[in-house]
Design a protein around this ligand. Sequence first.
Ligand code: CTP
Ligand code: MG
Length: 234
Amino acid sequence: MTAPRYFALIPAAGVGARMGGTVPKQYTRLAGKPMLARVLDTFVGISAIAHTFTVVSSGDEHIDEAMTEVTGDRSLLSILRVGGDTRRQSVLNGLHAMRGRMDVSDDDWILVHDAARPGIDAESIEKLMHAIHDDVTGGLLALPVVDTLKRADADGRIDRTIPREQLWAAQTPQMFRYGLLRHALEQAEHVTDEAGAIEALGLKPLLVEGSARNFKVTLPHDVALAELYLKEFA
Ligand code: CTP
Ligand code: MG
């Protein structure tokens, strides 16, 4: 048996409704470069990742220009114009389409990473790969919750406090084997991340501690924070 390979899959087919703006948020410029180009720079720089696929919507008018701003070896990147109506559907379509482009086996690892998390760094990705590489299930980067959590009632009053011990906030990359991930996403319709689909099969993904700078850029004020982190680590 040959050793499993690593592939990255970047869902970038959202519209960025909460961000507003004139272009979908994955194309927002952060410290001079489109968010998606920054993410692709990071993945292209990891030699253990054989190829990185980006899923965009079929009518995307910004991807070609964004690609010109990627530094590093662009032959390691492919664009798949197969975005769906939900993140889950975009990822699932991407998994199908990548097999048409490349010889991907069921045992190969897929790292799914949001285009909207430009703060991801090579060290965190390598930490995840190292922690998971011989795991049977797979896992994800996540952060232990530090705030005290309250569940609200319908009137906006506290119903109860949720103990934060053992609570984590899920991030990406989420890393699972191709065959298991595709099967899990085909089964689970109402999941918001890959781990949720794997959990629905009764399996237990491994939580690997990430960093705060890998937060998801969602609202307009997140842009300034993302730029702050990028400059700090430039
Ligand atoms: N995504 C996708 N296909 C969709 C929806 C989302 O590929 N149909 C991608 C986004 O481009 C993003 C990631 O999934 O990289 C995380 O989604 P989110 O942060 O929710 O982005 P949007 O859906 O674009 O934003 P919003 O929910 O505010 O519209
Ligand atoms: Mg969304």
